[in-house]
Ligand binder design. Sequence first.
Ligand code: SAH
Length: 480
Amino acid sequence: MLLTITYEGSHTQDLGYLLFKNPDRPQAFSLSFGKAYVFYPEVSDARTTAALLLDIDPLDLAKGKEGSGVPGLFDYVNDRPYAATSFLSTAISKVFGTAMSGRCDKFPDLAKTPLQLTATLPCLKDRGDEELARKLFEPLGYTVETKRGLLTDAFPEWGMSPYITLTIRGKVLLSALLHHLYVLIPVFDRQKHYYTSADEIRKLLSHGEGWLAAHPERERITRRYLFKKRGLANEALERLRQTDVPEKDAGEDEETEESEETEETPAAESDDAPAEQDKPVSLNTLRMEAVRNAVLASGAASVLDAGCGEGRLVALLLKEPQIQKITACDVSVMALEKAAKRLHLDRMPEVQREKLTLFQGSLTYRDKRMDGMDCACVIEVLEHIDLNRLPALERNLFGFVAPRTAVLTTPNREYNAVYGMAPGSLRHSDHRFEWTRAEFAAWTERVCATYGYTAAIRGIGAVDENFGCPTQMVVFTRNG
Ligand code: SAH
């Protein structure tokens, strides 16, 4: 298994400094699954090529393996020593880890300069999908060349090889090229040498930082990278959607960006259509449905949606015959404009239009327009409020508006670890805080004690045994 990287230009021997590997001296590295070698088949001022050769023995791989899912001799006779697979990605990160971090002690600026680089992988399994390599690498700015030969010249009747030689060429940072290869090589492969664990989300997101979220094939990349782990892939995609959002004015919502996808992925698909099971049901969809169900279960006929964002909950509730009246407000005019557009307010049938009132207002101020509803929903809003303004929100919501039922949701900070986020970081730049489950529970208890409510808390989204669910929801019911 071989990867070559060629640098063309002038003083290209500096590739040695960039890779932290001396061109004059072949080097060997021991890995848990074999040996890696780095050497330079060509070195000149105008053109230098570094090669990473990976030598793995399938017998070693099979040793100690308890039963194989694959019948026959596959454990012993297979393509693992030759094909570019996740083994190569691991070798890239182990052998060129420093280069991947963008460090170059001798020429720091060179590591930050796009260079004319060409990478070649002679044995990549694309299973006849000619377009795959193009779809993966062209959006990243590479020109892509693929070559496919006969499976074996001795038996032309056996047909074409499922392996291609891939050459990608572009003016890119060396570190970016290495990250692209690290993530995209395993996308071609349908076997993974490692157990796909939650830690893989972290690796995918960290190697994909700055490019994966915007990649048109991000979904396929994520699903194939997190091979056979649909739950992990869904979480990673959810996280990528959040990453994708450009910085916005405070008060505007992170979730608005992802709503288009949410709309096209109704949760029913995963229940009714097994063929569609690979489609993610976004956390947003799960959350909206959990809230709608809680509202309906409360028996409410009228609902206040405070901090309605672009009106996704409103859209869901409008479909419910039980709900006769909806009042939705948001502090952000921009969010309200989006809501009006998303709900097609201008073309809304009269019967629906009469049910709905939209207005600009803040939940931290007393506002009579919020009064009189059976149920109030405050969905993913708390974390946008400065902690010192939270008591004002509590007083207004539970003291003045005082609905019979209130449904609130907020992120569970503990779950950020599952997303591979650095400790202490928040899911969005406009979040003022995110609570752990214990902090949320303590807050709800205090609200109950102060304003006379009873609370029931539950999680929404995939459960992690250590960190719980990504979203936490509480349903408050007024005592008496
Ligand atoms: N509930 C929506 C939007 C959540 S994003 C949903 O789940 O899709 C948070 C929203 O809260 C943003 O639209 C923001 O403008 C709004 N917001 C922030 N502070 C607010 C306040 N004090 N009063 C009302 N809305 C507020």
